[in-house]
Write a protein that binds this ligand. Structure first.
Ligand SMILES: Cc1cc2nc3c(=O)[nH]c(=O)nc-3n(C[C@H](O)[C@H](O)[C@H](O)COP(=O)(O)OP(=O)(O)OC[C@H]3O[C@@H](n4cnc5c(N)ncnc54)[C@H](O)[C@@H]3O)c2cc1C
Length: 455
């Protein structure tokens, strides 16, 4: 790189901490400013969700920096979806074609703490996390940052030398400051659903009260409950409900209503969440937003990475997988020492933008799939046919497999190919009542032909 050797990061969340490790391994000095206190020392929330589903893209980046094993030691593999019907019956839908193809439930706190520990293990003179420094403004022209000390409210101005990278998440201050730059486009789309976390505590002797190795889903059309396992035997449940209307967060305004609602809609869960009403009224209700913006950079001064550039809804379990993939791709571009920061930023955003747009769209689609379709007989036939095709033809991959288990396949390619094969599968499945009635050979030929015609 032909310019300054210090990179300033705003946000020591998951993306910022991993990026700091990558940058420092390439010889850059890294100065990170984080709004929150140090989560390893103070009892604060680790962020948006207690746990996360980590899959091949995220793990690939962690492997590159030598941290995959330590994270996986504390992860719980989830082999498939466990669907809870209203009549309490269970259906298991495996995720992958092999037993290795699982997604992993990982504690957000642990992941962020391990990353921060490893940032601090690096040369202390060259890499530093400054906690309780909330960025409140930036002058791109002068590379000047303004911070508020979140403990004392003191305002601090910092003059930076090299580029500033906004890894400050979906409500990015750096992105908000870009709004004033002509040519910067921003699109924010909030779902009319929000989310709330609830807990199924461990059973006796830290046992798991429901299937340990699964991602549990209670699909109920307009709303949905999911649960991911934690190593201590507990499950973190996330309730996705509309903000308004019947059975919405605003409707459920009394203990009686909440209990009645759970009894009716989630009859096999209510006894497993002893603090249901307390948690329901204490835990915050979060918003779900998709952010698309462009360009992601301001000359050679600043760049957005992770949720700051492309926040997505959590229904494909890909937000941080995409953020970690950002870091890996960015790191790959740092190899060319002749290139200026600005050229690198432009190359990076052109590589990533089509892919993060694709996963943003797939995540929204998956919201409707998880909420409305996982209990729909035609959808279940289609899923079964996909599994049969995956089993019989090694070259057939479902969109979910491409996204989740194949980090060599770009998100945009996964989406494009998925649309082609979905069209055929939907047409074929519409005609039958059983997956076994489908002529797999004829279906795969149609898919292959259409794929060939579409490049
Ligand atoms: C309910 C829910 C469930 C999810 N589940 C999954 C999942 O299963 N799998 C998955 O891959 N993804 C999941 N995601 C998405 C994932 O959480 C995000 O993609 C990921 O957290 C993005 O990481 P980030 O570091 O870019 O941003 P963030 O995690 O938001 O981190 C941003 C950091 O910047 C700091 N910061 C913010 N503003 C400032 C400021 N002004 N000054 C200084 N510091 C600042 C914050 O304190 C934070 O530390 C989920 C999201 C939600 C909401």
């Amino acid at each position: 790189m032909d310019q300054n050797n210090t990179v300033t990061l705003i946000g020591a969340g998951l993306t910022g901490s991993l990026l700091a490790i990558y940058l420092s391994r390439k010889g850059y000095d890294v100065n990170i400013f984080e709004r929150r206190p140090d989560m390893r020392k103070e009892k604060i929330s680790a962020g948006k969700s207690i746990n996360l589903a980590l899959s091949s893209r995220g793990l690939r980046a962690l492997r590159e920096v030598g941290l995959e094993d330590v994270i996986m030691e504390n992860a719980i593999p989830m082999k498939g979806r466990v669907i809870h019907a209203l009549d309490k019956s269970l259906t298991f839908q495996p995720y992958g074609r092999t037993k290795e193809q699982v997604i992993n439930s990982v504690s957000r706190r642990l992941l962020n703490s391990v990353l921060m520990d490893n940032v601090e293990k690096l040369d202390k003179d060259k890499v530093k996390i400054n906690f309780k420094r909330k960025c409140i403004g930036i002058s791109f022209k002068d590379s000047l940052l303004r911070f508020e000390d979140s403990a004392t409210s003191e305002i601090i101005t910092v003059n930076t030398d090299g580029p500033i990278i906004g890894t400050d998440g979906s409500a990015s201050v750096i992105r908000n400051e870009m709004i004033n730059i002509p040519g910067f486009n921003l699109n924010q789309y909030f779902l009319d659903h929000g989310y709330k976390e609830l807990t199924i505590p461990p059973g006796e002797n830290n046992s798991f009260q429901i299937e340990k190795y699964g991602l549990h889903i209670w699909p109920r059309k307009q709303f949905m409950l999911i649960a991911l396992p934690n190593p201590d035997g507990s499950f973190t449940c996330t309730l996705f409900n509309p903000f308004k209307g019947i059975n919405s967060f605003s409707y459920l305004d009394s203990e009686e209503k909440v209990e009645k609602y759970f009894l009716k809609e989630f009859p096999d869960v209510i006894d497993l969440i002893p603090n249901l009403t307390k948690e329901f009224f204490t835990n915050p209700t979060g918003h779900l937003v998709t952010v698309k913006c462009f360009p992601w950079h301001v000359s050679d001064k600043a760049l957005l990475i992770g949720d700051a550039a492309h926040a997505i809804v959590p229904f494909y379990g890909q937000g941080i997988n995409a953020g970690f993939e950002d870091c890996r791709i960015f790191n790959g571009l740092l190899n060319n020492e002749e290139v200026s920061w600005e050229k690198l930023f432009i190359e990076y955003e052109h590589l990533r933008k089509p892919n993060t747009d694709a996963i943003a769209d797939l995540a929204i689609d998956n919201f409707f799939e998880m909420r409305d379709k996982v209990a729909d007989p035609k959808f279940l036939i289609k899923k079964k046919v996909e599994k049969l095709l995956e089993k019989k033809y090694s070259n057939f991959l479902s969109t979910y497999s491409r996204v989740t288990f194949n980090s060599d396949i770009q998100y945009s390619e996964a989406k494009r190919k998925g649309e082609i094969q979905d069209k055929i599968l939907e047409e074929e499945c519409y005609k039958v009542n059983n997956a076994e009635d489908i002529d797999l050979n004829s279906v795969i030929q149609k898919i292959n032909k259409l794929m060939k015609n579409n490049g």
